[in-house]
Ligand binder design. Sequence first.
Ligand code: AMP
Length: 184
Amino acid sequence: MNIILFGPPGAGKGTQAALLQEKYSLPHLSTGDIFRDAIKNETLVGLKAKSFIDNGELVPDEVVVEIVAEALEDVKYQSGCIFDGFPRTVYQSESLDSILVNKGQTPCKVIALTVPEDELVRRVLSRGQGRTDDTKEGIKNRLSVYHNETTPVLEHYNDKGMAEVINGTGTIEEIFDRITSALS
Ligand code: AMP
């Protein structure tokens, strides 16, 4: 099974991915985590991604699709995974569709978390993970990128009848229960 956790920065994708990983014994694939590791390890991908991430912009599609395609070669993803922060553009979602078809895997279920914007800003500024992009300016840019470039991804999956919109407010457990009901 492949699950896409979709939503703006601060929607709780990482938190819910960790819980879903445990419940469904599926690995978690976060493109943001892959980029942060690459930056820490000063790899070529890290060098390519750093300025985009620091400015709250999207890393170019070719770079993102390449790292995801490469990551998915790992046997640990052979029964599917939980995508967190990917796909973020229609191009990425179309690329993912064909990667999965080529792997003979089942289509994804898309869980779209919705949270009011003031709550998103509050969550991001208070999460204290030391991320260079978790600043007032950073979150403003990332939200506008989300609205302009990422929300069309939801339409892409809605058209295919794969998306479930979930209220992302409340306690972590309440949100988790809503997600698991939608998945069952
Ligand atoms: P995240 O941890 O998912 O919030 O991602 C942090 C940053 O990494 C984003 O603001 C983007 O700059 C970059 N990034 C992560 N995933 C993607 C993606 N699928 N497409 C483009 N850029 C991405």
